[in-house]
Design a protein around this ligand. Structure first.
Ligand code: BG6
Length: 516
């Protein structure tokens, strides 16, 4: 059957536009791990783009803290190169770039030694006095979690942490993923952070929540009245969430081989997308109401029966193959991967949610590296009509309506409908109604980190994971991992859509994965 696409235009974009424009007040951000990759690739370019867009008015400071023997000047030089390479909007002119870079300072120090923290405290205090601004401090822990405890302890010991979150002299902390590697380690991390900060001051980042299209899941569901009445077991047959990557693990074996796809992608990004799709409508668009609902639906996820885990979970590792016409090595041949590694580069899951809305509706999740292309997609598959009148006309094969939320790339939404093919016979074929971000808005979206850093500066934690959410996600992952060894480690060729077991997972229930 053919699929035709038609499009939906943005109807009068100014009529009902919901705008929430915010600008930062005076602040300083202190980046721990300032000489690392994340700072150069994401954090400083994000701050620069916020600056270019007028979201960071004077005065503000960006203070890098790390072990390396850098100076403020060498930090600025390194970040200047990083902006040339990684800034979304490029770098309009040298004068603007230099002005932005003049806000950068560098403090050298070891995470476990107080001297560096004393220098840091002196620097940020003097800076606040010079700039005649309150000591509003945002700490960014772009470090491995093993460093969190010493950093927070040392910050406390030099009195840089106030337990205020909202007013002048606020202190907040952004924490990078991975947040824990099990439920127990997550309790410990939360305990460490809560020893210094109140929960409202902790911003656990998951960059998927900063993606425009992930945020649009909420707007789409709750800013329109036509979808929510259908968003339940009465009309929905099943839901599929796919996060496919064509890349392998690059040079990240040190981290990835100890994590694997279940912990790296499912616990974090996939659970976030899942909760936004599955949660109940919150009463307000605020951090408490939204995160209450997210935690609630995670609590309703049924832990798969250990005896039948193989019917719910598939794990696999790639062998060599062709991805986009290029030869890709097997996982075991990637640099620094131990030759006996059983780490999974692919996971497929069937989740059940035990509540009134979703009883009986399976959620199929799959994510893998070295799949044919990079695509993140949610497919809501609707039930077919309860009474079908066209089979007498010889038309028995009716495709279900499928609502697709395309999160990346080519962000957009499409709905497939059955339509009559012109002619004398009754022939029904699926056609698509399309909404495409690029065509409708024609402007590039801010990077996830821009959105999230600005949210943290302005004190909006809506798009950050709360302690109980993260713990609930680990409850599921830990349960699966406890029985992990009972599952076969399947193989799939790099460049294919995954192992046979993933096909069987859906075929067992007479379903198939959507084509991407
Ligand atoms: C990271 C994971 O959090 O997300 C990586 O650690 C993964 O393994 C990446 O490749 C995917 O992010 P994105 O934005 O490219 O989909």
């Amino acid at each position: 059957m053919t699929e035709n696409a038609s499009s939906i235009d943005v109807v009068n974009p100014f009529a009902s536009r919901f705008m929430r424009t915010r600008r930062a007040g005076p602040f300083a951000i202190v980046i721990f791990g300032a000489t690392g990759d994340l700072t150069a690739r994401k954090l400083v370019p994000a701050l620069f783009n916020l600056y270019l867009d007028g979201f960071l008015p004077e005065p503000f400071s960006i203070v890098g803290f790390a072990r390396r023997d850098w100076t403020s000047e060498s930090f600025r030089n390194a970040m200047s190169k990083a902006l040339d390479e990684f800034s979304r909007q490029g770098s309009p002119d040298e004068a603007t770039k230099s002005k932005f870079l003049s806000h950068l300072k560098y403090v050298r120090g070891e995470f476990d030694q107080p001297e560096g923290f004393e220098r840091l405290a002196a620097t940020v205090r003097k800076n606040a006095i010079d700039q005649q601004r309150p000591l509003n401090l945002l700490f960014y822990l772009a470090t491995p979690p093993s460093a969190f405890e010493t950093i927070t302890r040392n910050l406390n010991s030099v009195n840089l942490v106030s337990r205020q979150a909202d007013d002048d002299n606020w202190t907040r902390v952004i924490v990078e993923k991975p947040f824990g590697h099990s439920l127990e380690s997550t309790w410990q991390l939360n305990g460490t952070l809560h020893a210094a900060f109140r929960e409202e001051q902790v911003y656990r980042i998951d960059h998927y929540l900063g993606k425009e299209t992930v945020q649009n899941i909420l707007v789409f569901r709750l800013g329109n009245s036509i979808f929510e009445p259908l968003w339940n077991r009465r009309y929905i047959d099943s839901i599929q969430i796919t996060v496919a990557e064509s890349i392998g693990i690059g040079n990240r074996a040190g981290y990835f081989d100890t994590a694997g796809m279940l912990r790296d992608m499912v616990q974090s990004h996939m659970m976030q997308v899942f909760t936004l799709i599955a949660m109940e409508p919150p009463a307000a668009f605020d951090p408490v109401a939204i995160r209450d609902e997210k935690a609630k639906v995670l609590r309703a996820v049924r832990l798969p029966d250990a005896e039948q885990l193989g019917d719910h979970v598939v794990r696999a590792q790639y062998t060599s193959g062709l991805v986009g016409g290029e030869e890709a090595p097997a996982y075991l041949q990637e640099p620094d991967v131990p030759s006996e590694s059983e780490t999974e580069s692919y996971v497929a899951l069937r989740l059940a949610v035990d509540n009134w809305r979703w009883s009986g509706v399976p959620f199929y999740l799959r994510t893998g590296k070295r799949l044919p292309k990079r695509v993140t997609d949610v497919a809501i598959v609707f039930k077919t009509p309860p009474h079908y009148i066209f089979d007498q006309s010889g038309c028995s094969d009716l495709a279900p309506n499928v609502l697709r939320l395309r999160i990346q790339p080519h962000e957009g939404i499409s709905l497939s409908l059955g339509a009559k093919v012109p002619g004398q016979a009754v022939e029904i074929t699926p056609v698509r109604m399309e909404f495409d971000y690029d065509t409708s808005f024609g402007q590039s979206s801010p990077e996830a980190y821009e959105r999230l850093i600005l949210d943290a500066i302005t004190g909006d934690a809506t798009l950050f994971a709360r302690a109980d959410e993260v713990e609930q996600a680990w409850r599921l992952i830990d349960h699966i991992r406890r029985h992990w060894h009972t599952l076969p480690l399947e193989q799939y060729a790099a460049g294919s859509w995954g192992p046979n077991g993933a096909e069987a997972l859906v075929a067992r229930e007479d379903r198939q994965w959507v084509r991407l």
